[in-house]
Each structure stands twice: as C-alpha cells, then as structure tokens.
Design a protein around this ligand. Structure first.
Ligand SMILES: Nc1ncnc2c1ncn2[C@@H]1O[C@H](COP(=O)(O)OP(=O)(O)OP(=O)(O)O)[C@@H](O)[C@H]1O
Ligand SMILES: [Mg+2]
Length: 606
C-alpha cells in the first residue's frame, strides 16, 4: 500500500476526463456570480459570432446596390450603397466589441479558476508525506504546478475563444450557405473542412515528432556547450579547444538537420492547407459564378460567398498551432492532476480524534521500521518516557536515532509495534493535533529566506515582539542579532545560508521555545555550537525540559549525564539502558564511549 505512492506521474488521463476536472472550477456551486459571468461570456461569444456571420450580408447588399439591375432586398432598409457600407463597418466593429467584452467578462472566471487550482495543488503538496518529498525534486514539483496551471489557462482560452467560436461560426455559415444558396455549397464547404482538419492534425502529429527530435538535439548541443565552458581549464590543460569546437559543431549539425526538417514540414503543412482551402474556395465561387451567369444569383451573392470562405479560412489557419498547443496543455494538465490524485502516505483516520496530552507519557512499544522494505532500520525499540522525564539517545551515526523522532512526529508510520502518547496511538489522532504538541529541533535547521524575526516567530506567528526577544535570549542568539545592523529584520538567505551552522541552530531552538510544546525532540540541537555556548544553552534547555517529556539525541555525552534514562542505540537495537552512573558502572559500550570522549576533551584542553 505504502510503496504505491512512490510511482511518480501516472499516464496522462484522457482529454475528456482532464477537461471534466477543470469544469467544476468554471461552474462553482458556491459562487453564483461566477456562473453568471460564464453565461454572460458565452452570450457574448454567440452574439459576436452572430454579428460576424451577418456582416457579409451588408457587404453583399452594398455590392448589389452598386449594380443597377438588381433589386435591393427588403432587409437592406432602403439604405444605399454608402449607408450599407457604413452598416457593414459598424457590424465589424460590433463583432470585435463583443469579442473583447467576452474576454473581459471571462477574465475573472479564468483567473479565479487558475488561482484555486494552483492553491489546491500547493496545499496538496504539503499534505504529502516526507517520503514523497524526499523522492521528488522540489523544483520539478513547482514546475509541474506552473506548467499545469498554464495549460489550464491555455485550454480555457483556446477551447472557449478559438475552437468554440470556430465551430459555432462554421455551423452558422453552413446553415446560411444551405438556406441562402443550396445544398452543394454546404457539401463543398463540409468536405473541404473535413479534409483540411484531417490533413492538419495528421501532419501536425508528424511534425510534433520532428520537433521533439529538434528540441532534444538543441538540449544536447546546449549541454555540451555548457559542460565544455565549465571545464575550460581542463580544455586548456589538454589543448583540446579544436576537439571541443568539433564536438560542439557535431551536436549543432544534428540540430541543423532537425531544424531544416521542421521548416520543410511547416512549408508542406502550409502549402497543403492552402491547396485544400483554395480548392474549396474556387469550387464554391465557380458554383456562384455559374449562378450569377444563369441569373439565379446577384454579383453581391458572389462577393458574399467569397467573404464567407475568407471568414472560414482565417481561424482555420491557426488550427495546426492550436492543436499542438492543446495537446501540450493536456499533457501538462494531466501531470498536474496526476499530482493531485496522489494519495498521501500518512493520513488521518476517519475517526481520528484530537491528541490530548495530560501528563505527557511517551511509549515506544516494540517499534519496527525501515525506510525501504529490504532494509530494516529499527528492530524492536521499547522504551518509555515517563511524564516530565528526559530520555537521551546516544549511539553511532546511522543507528536510527533521528528516525525515532520522525516516527514520533509521524512523518512515517511504523511497520510494527506502536508509539503512544498518554495512551493514544499516534496513528489514531489527527496529525494537526499531534504536530501542535510536539516541538522538534532538528539536526539540520533549515530557515526560510526571510528575516530573522519571521523565522523565530514561525514557532508561533501570533507571538509578540517581547516574546520573540525572550525566546532569542533563551537560545543565546540575542547578542548576535543585536550586533547586526538590521537586527531582527536581517534576511537570512536561501535556506538560511547566510548564517553559520550554530546561528541557524540557535534560531531553530528559539522558534521551538516559542512554540512551547509539552513534548520535545532535541536532535543534536546543540551539536554545531562551541562548548561554551552549548553549555549555556543546555541550562536553558534543561529549564525548558522541566515539566515536559523530552527525547534528546546527542553526540557529546557530557550533555546527557543528567538525563533520567540513557539509551544506547546500535544498528536499530537498544543495547544498553540506564542512568549515567549505572551505565558507567556496567562498563559496557557507554562506558567506553564516555572514556574516549573524556580523553579527547582532556587532550583538547591541554
Ligand atoms: N529517507 C530515507 N530513506 C532511506 N534511508 C534512510 C532515510 N533516512 C535515513 N535513512 C537511513 O536510516 C538510517 C538511520 O538514519 P538516522 O537519520 O535515524 O540515523 P542517526 O542515528 O540519526 O544518524 P546521525 O547520528 O548521523 O544523525 C541511516 O542508515 C540512513 O541511511
Ligand atoms: Mg540523526
């Protein structure tokens, strides 16, 4: 069950199911005003198209008014050629007006949907479990969201403002051709369009493959160039300038071939489209010319037919591009919805209650766990933190110490056994309530690229400046901050890189002090500090530990001598347990570690 979440992107779902996923955002039950806007935009769309297909009528009437022997139809309202031409111009302007109005009305709907989708995907990412985030590249995730949202935007705009109107227009024009002229005009137009669309889609599919090759070659040439320039020193050492240039030229030659093919295929596409549409146009106009010669039609009709054909051609010209872009948009959206469908590995049970911490007893009961099934990390961990006690975990690197904290915080679920807080299994309570009651100072504190004040206040956003300063004082970082020109407003850089390891660690301690939780996990919380600072923070941490249940993981054994219980963890098993004195008396692993660290400390002192 758990492993399944590891599969990254599922195959993109079908186009229709993807569109169905977007529809609720455009037709939200909770926002009638949005629905109203959609209806208004669609009305504008229809109006624009109705005006568009009537314009050629005025054009025709104007031409007929200029040809003396024809009778002006009744709907021309007795306007002369000039009047009809002005009406024709007005209709054209009205068409554009409705189109723009449609865009304006729909803008809110579209942008609102995009924002909601992006926010929902973002929120979902934070619900995903640690395993998921460790496996994925963060940059990749945000790019998928970005591309997916762009894809939705694109699809909305093209489906609603390009394909939709085109279909509507074709339909209206077909009806007009059928009723005003006769069925043969309709047949020619329909056959032309079917051939045109089929041809365009087929050729575009083929061109997509060529374009992919071209893009791959481009990437390849680019990578070679960058790699070569990064290694310019090595290139010089080996006198390989000519070799590098030849290699780059070789890569570019492949690109050249693919690019030429792309351009040639574009020419083929354009030419084929032109031939099809021109053939349709000519046949329809020949039909009209014969009609005029026979006296069935007027010159105005001949001109009108031409105007309709031109009106059809223009949007069709973009069909190849639209098709290609929509395909890409569907793929991008499929990827984003794929993310949304990923089920978080760690989930709240349906009947999960709130964690209530009374005394704060923490029990690890025969806990078994492995990040991967094939490699168990914890092999039967049993211990209890009695209320208000501090349990220290020591042991070699990689033995699973930090893993204990991650399991208590429920970043992962145990494979066997249970972890309980005051008798409540951590799997039976909501993660929100669990997380609210456990404070963690992690082994590597990572900070937000914001101010020191923001990073400390992250522990409790509603904290007052006085409380923030008190926490900073307790974490012994107040002096450092006071010495900074910008004080609490100093920006710490990405991930906190502008601070030293020890400064970051103290910010991490300060914000956990501010959070003030009943249960504390200190994972080498002071490892990056010099002995003196460590000692002064230790006293602060000890006063903080009073009345709380604490797991403290430490490398320097001098920091754990006062713990109520010390566990020695080796390769996922507790090999020794007891107080400092009893472990020393036992003369086991702990005693030898202690002796070694004492000797080192004395050496350093000397
Ligand atoms: N996300 C992960 N996926 C796979 N293996 C992991 C993962 N995290 C940790 N491990 C492995 O689990 C083992 C225990 O890791 P853990 O971080 O608990 O060690 P530790 O005792 O805290 O070590 P240290 O003293 O170096 O911090 C290590 O061997 C590590 O390689
Ligand atoms: Mg660790």
């Amino acid at each position: 069950m758990r492993r399944r979440t590891l599969t990254t992107t599922e195959a993109p779902a079908g186009a229709w199911s993807i569109i169905q996923r977007v529809l609720p955002y455009l037709w939200p039950a909770e926002a009638p005003s949005v629905k109203l806007r959609v209806v208004a935009a669609l009305a504008m769309l229809v109006l624009a198209k109705v005006v568009a297909v009537t314009t050629p009528f005025f054009y025709k009437a104007a031409v007929d008014a200029l040809t003396p022997e024809t009778i002006t139809p009744a709907w021309a309202l007795g306007l002369g050629a000039v009047g009809l031409t002005v009406v024709y111009g007005g209709a054209r302007a009205l068409n554009t007006g409705f189109q723009q109005l449609r865009d304006v009305v729909f803008a809110n709907v579209g942008q609102r949907a995009l924002r909601q989708l992006a926010a929902e995907t973002f929120g979902h990412m934070h619900r995903m479990s640690m395993r998921y985030h460790i496996t994925r590249k963060t940059g990749g995730l945000s790019r998928i969201i970005e591309r997916g949202v762009k894809g939705v935007d694109f699809l909305l705009r093209f489906l609603l403002f390009s394909i939709g109107p085109l279909v509507l227009e074709l339909l209206l024009i077909s009806i007009i051709l059928f009723f005003v002229f006769d069925v043969w005009y309709l047949v020619v137009v329909l056959v032309t369009i079917v051939l045109y669309v089929t041809f365009t889609f087929r050729v575009t599919e083929w061109r997509l493959k060529i374009r992919k090759i071209m893009n791959d070659e481009d990437t390849d040439a680019n990578q070679k160039a960058i790699d070569s320039l990064l290694n310019f020193e090595t290139v010089k050492y080996f006198g390989a300038e000519k070799r590098e240039a030849a290699r780059y030229d070789g890569a570019m030659r492949n690109y050249e071939a693919a690019a030429v093919k792309t351009l040639q295929s574009l020419a083929f596409l354009n030419f084929g489209q032109a031939v099809l549409i021109t053939a349709g146009l000519v046949i329809v106009m020949v039909l009209a010319a014969i009609g005029v010669e026979r006296g069935d039609l007027t010159v105005g009709d001949f001109v009108m037919v031409n105007a309709y054909m031109i009106q059809i051609t223009m949007p069709l010209n973009f069909l190849g591009t639209v098709y290609r872009e929509i395909r890409q948009a569907l793929i991008d959206m499929g990827e984003m919805f794929g993310l949304l469908e990923q089920v978080p590995e760690v989930r709240d049970r349906a009947e999960a209650g709130t964690l209530t911490v009374g005394a704060g007893q923490v029990v690890f009961r025969d806990v078994h766990f492995g990040y991967e099934a094939a490699r168990p990390i914890l092999k039967g961990i049993d211990f209890t933190i009695e209320p208000g006690q501090t349990v220290a975990v020591v042991g070699p690197s990689g033995s699973g110490k930090s893993t204990l904290g991650r399991l208590l915080f429920r970043f992962y679920d145990v494979d066997g056994g249970a972890i309980e807080i005051d008798g409540q299994d951590v799997r039976d309570v909501t993660q929100e309530s669990l997380h609210a009651r456990i404070g963690v100072v992690p082994q590597d504190t990572v900070l937000f690229n914001d101010t020191l004040g923001y990073n400390i206040a992250y522990g409790r956003p509603e904290a007052t400046p006085a409380e923030i300063e008190a926490a900073a004082r307790a974490a012994r970082i107040d002096g450092f901050i006071a010495a900074l020109p910008d004080g609490y407003d100093t920006v710490v850089g990405e991930r906190g890189l502008k601070l030293s390891g020890g400064e970051k660690q103290r910010v991490g301690i300060a914000r956990t002090l501010l959070k003030n939780p009943p249960i504390l996990v200190l994972d080498e919380a002071t490892s990056a500090l010099d002995t003196e600072t460590e000692r002064s923070i230790q006293s602060e941490l000890q006063s903080m530990a009073r009345g709380r249940s604490v797991i403290t993981i430490a490398h320097r054994l001098s920091t754990v001598v006062d713990a109520d219980l010390i566990l020695v963890l080796e390769a996922g098993r507790i090999t020794e347990r007891g107080t400092h004195e009893s472990l020393l008396a036992a003369e086991g692993r702990y005693a030898s570690m202690w002796a070694r660290q004492r000797a080192e400390a004395e050496e350093n002192a000397a």
